[in-house]
Design a binder for this molecule. Sequence first.
Ligand code: C2G
Length: 442
Amino acid sequence: MMKKVITYGTYDLLHHGHIALLERAKKLGDYLIVGVTADAFDKRRGKLNVKQPLAERIEAIRKTGLADEIIIEEYVGQKIIDIQSYDIDVFTVGSDWVGKFDYLKEYCEVVYLPRTEGISSTKIRTEQNPILKVGFLGTGRTTDRFYKESTTVGSLSVKSVYAQENTYGYNNDELEYYSNKKEFFDSIDAVYIDSSADKHYSMIKESLENDCHVLCNPPLFLNRKEAIELYDYAYKKGLILFEAEKTRYFPALTHLLLQLKSGIIGEVKDIDISCSQILNNMDNVVKNKYEGSFYDWSSTMLFPIISILGKNIDECKMYSFEKNNFSYLTKGILDFGKATATFKAGIGIKTEGHLVITGTKGYVYVPSPWWKIDYFEVRYEDLRDTKKYFYEYKGNGFRYLMLEFIKLINNINVNNANNKEYCMLFLDIMEKYSQAKVSLYE
Ligand code: C2G
């Protein structure tokens, strides 16, 4: 009787540790099946640094000549199904997984083979692209969230805080606090800027002058002139200037935008989108012109609108409800000629934070809070045709943004021109915002 063995892995940048494991796995029986993880499966299980796409990883395994058969692993729970349907006698993986797959003993023999010391895909990736050292220049509401998430991204590490700009009073024993700006910049490769929008220009400029890549909360700039100057400067210096808008890279939003392009609801005619937040201590919130509803939310809200309806806005009307120059509520109506969009943004005010995309064949509904999107429904006239999609995101979602930033720095598969173009368009809309009809908020 032929003895069948199965093993699974990502096999990114295939190395001698992987090969040694496959050789020993093969010796456990007569026929070896290798399960290679699908890209989406790795993303779902939080393995976000994988360099090679599935096709390349499969090809590398094929070339070893060790696998009698190669299959793709796509979901949790598949191992049991595979073991049963391929009639497997032995399941094996490296010793880094000891105990984790004991539940398979019910179905076949489980063997943990000693892992090869001193080599790993992570090590190769790090050698190819050293870990990016990041410092906090300006702290705020997102600083701690950013830090927590950074600890899950192997290729990036937060090291320093510039104490003089720590207006939020961010306290973290793991980080080094600098009061000398030069020393701060020398300790890092990139900055994360979380401060009010009117400070961005000078902070970005100084970071670029000190050879640091920049990740900055939106809006990056207050006008086109500043934006053009610093995007050009960054480009000349070979540095990346990137907007820290995380919703944009959530897996569910990416999938939703692709589905819309393929016409699932016909032609899009209208978008209705809202974001709002009442902060815990509204009384202590810095209330200036640059901290209000529009500045806090515009980039998040306008991204889906512009991605779906395009960049040609015929007309734009805005209303802002303010007190002492701080905007609590902004409402906007955009006319794209063949389609329209309305948006509502609130700070210190609460509204349903949904996203509804109206099309000629049906509509998309993303429940509140849409900016944490992991689920959406595509609905039609006949309710029974409703389709529901769920794409989980890990942690607080910052990691997808960090990875995009790192990819750009390492020059892989990302186009920064897109980023710049969006930034410019936001600035045009921001200019309209300065002409918004202002009513008193009481
Ligand atoms: N491996 C090894 N020695 C190394 C590195 C990896 O023996 N120095 C082994 C791992 O233990 C694993 C296989 O090589 O059995 C593939 O490793 P990875 O590509 O890191 O895949 P992994 O994330 O361990 O996936 O469902 C997926 C599986 O659970 C394992």
